[in-house]
Write a protein that binds this ligand. Sequence first.
Ligand SMILES: NC(=O)c1ccc[n+]([C@@H]2O[C@H](COP(=O)([O-])OP(=O)(O)OC[C@H]3O[C@@H](n4cnc5c(N)ncnc54)[C@H](OP(=O)(O)O)[C@@H]3O)[C@@H](O)[C@H]2O)c1
Length: 290
Amino acid sequence: MSIVITGATGQLGGLVIKHLLDRAVPAGQIIAVVRNVEKASSLAELGVEVRYGDYNDRESLEKAFAGASKLLFVPSPDAHDETLRILQHANVAKAAKDAQVGQIAYYGYAFGETSKLSLATTHILTEGIIRTTGIPFTFLRNPLYTDVFVSPQSVGAAVQYGALVANAGAGRVHSAYRYDLALAGAVVLTEEGHENQVYNLAANTTWSFEELAAAIAKVSGKAVVYNPISFDEQKALLLQAGLPEGVAIMVAAINQSVADGETSQTSNDLKALIGSLTSLEEIVRQSLQA
Ligand SMILES: NC(=O)c1ccc[n+]([C@@H]2O[C@H](COP(=O)([O-])OP(=O)(O)OC[C@H]3O[C@@H](n4cnc5c(N)ncnc54)[C@H](OP(=O)(O)O)[C@@H]3O)[C@@H](O)[C@H]2O)c1
């Protein structure tokens, strides 16, 4: 058996490989597909086979996928250009079909059909493209990562200024920790019975920004309150912090989707796959210690 992972030099793909190794999958059965082979030297040292493959180069992907029993397809990060991302994802699907891959697990977007975010359109289209290959699939629909909202930088700034500032209104968030989502991928790749299944990997509980501020205050021992702002104020703050306009708009749009209630729907799928989810407080603690 060989398990091929794309995006293996990234955070999610790297964590999936860690979980596969922890689940006693021999390193020799794992193939990391990367666009920068040098960047994957630590994986090669572990005994993982490293192959070159670029989402923009279908032929390189077909070669990289040769002999794959299972393919874990991590989506492209080029979310600044969703049209390009659809082309890249079609390259992956066509290459998988031509390389006669046995099964594809794809990380999409939770409850994507009801989201107004353009990134959700890409994920739903990609699922459709994968279905056209006829290859048995597992759709692992990720929610927003908790890591998007709770990072060493964001928690550190909240502690420093005593305020968590975002245009998330009173919305509730069904996010999950990237680490937990990677474990779900490793479970699907190492267990039977997940063919042609669609899993919405949103958490089974939600949190609000007010609750996040309270968690940061509790863990840090410092006063932290939530300060809700508007979309335009959020965008201006991010531009002032030096982010490119496209990124500032994307972050403000993600927060707005929280304010608009898009991230409030829960699911038991992630819990059913991995058992228990990392708590918000624990993620805050890890962020403060990082
Ligand atoms: N749900 C969420 O909240 C959320 C948040 C952020 C991202 N995402 C999505 O989830 C994916 C995985 O997240 P992540 O945190 O692991 O992102 P990440 O750390 O940025 O990893 C992205 C991976 O894609 C690889 N890649 C980029 N362009 C490529 C190309 N043209 N051909 C082949 N590989 C390419 C990168 O390679 P290099 O190492 O060479 O750059 C890296 O290995 C992202 O790509 C994005 O689609 C979801």
